[in-house]
Design a protein around this ligand. Sequence first.
Ligand SMILES: Nc1ncnc2c1ncn2[C@@H]1O[C@H](COP(=O)(O)OP(=O)(O)O)[C@@H](O)[C@H]1O
Ligand SMILES: CC(=O)N[C@@H](CCC(=O)OP(=O)(O)O)C(=O)O
Length: 294
Amino acid sequence: MTDATPDSMKILAGALPFLKRYDDQIVVVKYGGHAMGEEETALRFGRDIALLEQVGVNPVVVHGGGPQINAMLKRLNVQSTFVQGLRVTDEAMLDVVEMVLAGPVNKQVAEAITRAGAMAVGISGKDGGLVRARKVTRTVRDPGSNLEQVLDLGFVGEPDSIDTKVLKLMIGADIVPVVAPVGVGHDGQTYNINADTVAGAIAGALGAERLLVLTDVAGVKGPDGAFIPEMTVARVKQGISEGWINAGMIPKVETCIYAIERGVKGAVILDGRVPHAVLRELFTDSGAGTLIKP
Ligand SMILES: Nc1ncnc2c1ncn2[C@@H]1O[C@H](COP(=O)(O)OP(=O)(O)O)[C@@H](O)[C@H]1O
Ligand SMILES: CC(=O)N[C@@H](CCC(=O)OP(=O)(O)O)C(=O)O
């Protein structure tokens, strides 16, 4: 006899169809720097990911660390600037970015999952040639002259190709990969890549069942400020052109569109600070956050 209450039986019964649906499927989880929050939030995230692994899902975690990089830059008294949500990265900045992302942040996330009972191993996109990167530029319109200007963002990259071999080896060995968003160019140059972009590229390359983008807002807000539970790709594009989707939300929605166009079944932007956000999204009918659909 167990002491299971009717409530816990109800929750389990409700979760069963979802457990079946995600059995042996890959779910890519982007864990944003803003979603990391307090230590307790990180430990809770670790427990949720470990649980996914234990019930037969194959989670792959890609983490950010923007606020953690900012904290280190403040200690070093270095200013940083952003263009369309991307950090302008010169050589000195690149050292700090790689040190923070592939160092303490990567290790803390992997440790939180491992502590919760799964085996997680932290790597950067440079390991095993996982993320081959190319340099990006951004075009902006000067409000004064209305002329277009191409901006050089330094060592900011985007994924050129993804070699999934190292991830597949890890998944096959029941190891949860935890990926820091740093890539390497064909010439060996290191690039700082937005973590949302890396998550979308990895989800697309792995043919993931779901991409979950964890941040510090409930999802995408519309022009009236109200949260939107479901959006089509066309509506997202409208939001960007009208400007009510802006700043750090742009790489998120763009990566969701990229992943969907490559066969990922659904991409969701949700608040990672809400307890069990990942489990609620995957294992309940109501879900959480904004689902982006074709
Ligand atoms: N339409 C929108 N809906 C919700 N958030 C938006 C929207 N447009 C811009 N944002 C901003 O995007 C931020 C999330 O991006 P970011 O700060 O880069 O998060 P993370 O560190 O999780 O990657 C939100 O905190 C919000 O300020
Ligand atoms: C090019 C670029 O902007 N890279 C990001 C990488 C970290 C990141 O994306 O972290 P979040 O997910 O927490 O925002 C940066 O330097 O902040």
